[in-house]
Design a protein around this ligand. Structure first.
Ligand code: AMP
Length: 400
């Protein structure tokens, strides 16, 4: 059996998984783990393998030390990279700009193109490149593949992709909607035609990726025609700590009236807003407890979240004209029955009706939660971005 090593490198963390690309979505990966607090005084590597969890704590000055520590820990616990057959390394890359619509083998030329895209993703792409270079130096004989979060949204038509701002400025600075979470929207949407028993090219659908980050997509015949995230992952739905769509005038107002710097506003909107900014917590399990305890801020945050979500669902129904399915995924979408019920409440007139009992079923694989007489089918499909990346990496490696 051969595995793909899947790496998701952030500025201070590396998530890793050893995945059998032929496994099913619900299967546990062969091994998985997290390197965290890179660059801080103390760091930690966690490994999960065969139901056991192993942790090592040590200072981790950079990604190279972090990945080496992860490999050491894997070796120590019977899942060393030398002990298994690794066919490919798949890297999540956040921004592929207008260049990358498909996963690609990471040659020096490709990496240099990813580097050219840093101005579009100054926080994400440098960390992704660090992870790629470190992994290539540790595993030089295995193909490395980049899978781009933006790739699936290359099909957006100009009316959805372009903003109504001065086109010279937009052109010069790459200001347009790129969309993110593409690997998840694509993976989840690909399950839907089979659930509907229809050919993929006739299915119109809306996918709702509701995790700590959240986005939605309108998809016609397998091609995305709209999505809620934009130039950056700050746009669209209300998220755990991100505001989602706001009046851009708020930025000028805060700069002028509150004397806040661009970096402070960036921090405010990305990390101190969203559900957390209103309720003080961003985990929906805690938010629900607070709502049940009668916390007004928790209730308000939840209502703003749901209101925005319904706005997007409504607008995508109009954009698509006819909708066959709406699918929930990611941490909140897969697990929070309240969010699902409230997002689609009172939409019978639009042909949408959730079955309350089906909606209560535990998160256990792809399932329908709509009533039998609902014209629009509603599904929950657990996402698995790592498996999707593992499959792409394995496929490209085999064809290379
Ligand atoms: P993700 O970004 O997809 O990993 O989603 C993470 C978020 O999912 C967490 O911050 C929680 O808000 C939410 N979540 C996870 N499990 C549950 C659950 N059982 N009920 C409600 N929300 C959950």
């Amino acid at each position: 059996m051969s595995y793909s090593l899947v790496l998701n490198s952030g500025s201070s963390s590396i998530k890793f998984q050893l995945v059998d690309p032929a496994s099913h979505a619900q299967d546990e990966p062969f091994a998985s783990g997290l390197v965290e607090q890179i660059g801080e005084d103390s760091g930690r590597v966690t490994l999960k393998h065969q139901g056991d969890k192993h942790v090592v704590e040590a200072p981790i000055p950079d990604h190279s030390v972090g990945l080496k520590l992860a490999f050491d820990l894997m070796r120590e616990h019977g899942c060393g990279i030398e002990d298994v057959d690794i066919s490919a390394v798949g890297h999540r890359v956040v921004h592929g700009g207008l260049v990358f619509s498909q996963p690609v083998i990471l040659t020096d030329e490709v990496i240099s193109m990813v580097r050219d895209l840093i101005p579009l993703a100054p926080l994400h792409n440098p960390a992704n490149i660090d992870g790629i270079e470190v992994a290539q130096s540790l595993l030089p004989d295995i193909p490395h593949v980049g899978v781009f979060d933006t790739g699936f949204f290359h099909s957006l038509p100009p009316a959805a992709a372009l903003y109504a701002i001065n086109n010279e400025v937009a052109g010069e600075y790459g200001v347009r909607r790129y969309g993110f979470h593409g690997t998840s929207h694509e993976y989840v949407s690909q399950h839907v035609p089979a659930l509907l028993d229809k050919p993929a090219d006739v299915v119109n659908q809306i996918t709702l990726h509701l995790g700590n980050g959240a986005s939605c997509a309108a998809i016609r015949g397998g091609l995305a025609i709209d999505t809620s995230m934009g130039l950056t992952p700050l746009a669209g739905l209300v998220m755990g700590t991100r505001s989602g769509d706001i009046d851009p005038g708020i930025v000028f107002h805060l700069a002028r009236q509150a004397n806040m710097s661009i970096d402070e506003i960036d921090e405010l909107l990305n990390r101190k807003s969203g559900v957390k900014g209103i309720a003080g917590v961003n985990d929906f399990r805690v938010l629900r407890e607070r709502i049940e305890e009668g916390d007004d801020d928790a209730w308000l945050a939840y209502n703003i979240y749901i209101h925005q979500l319904r706005r997007y669902i409504g607008s995508y129904m109009v954009a698509l004209g006819r909708v066959d399915a709406i699918t929930f995924t990611a941490g909140v979408g897969e697990n929070d029955k309240f969010v699902r019920a409230d997002a689609l409440e009172n939409l019978e007139w639009f042909g949408i009706k959730i079955d309350p009992e089906r909606n209560e079923l535990p998160n256990d694989g792809p399932r329908e939660i709509s009533a039998d007489d609902s014209q629009v089918k509603v599904f929950v499909v657990p996402t698995n971005e790592e498996l999707a990346i593992a499959r792409y990496a394995d496929q490209l490696a085999k064809n290379s």
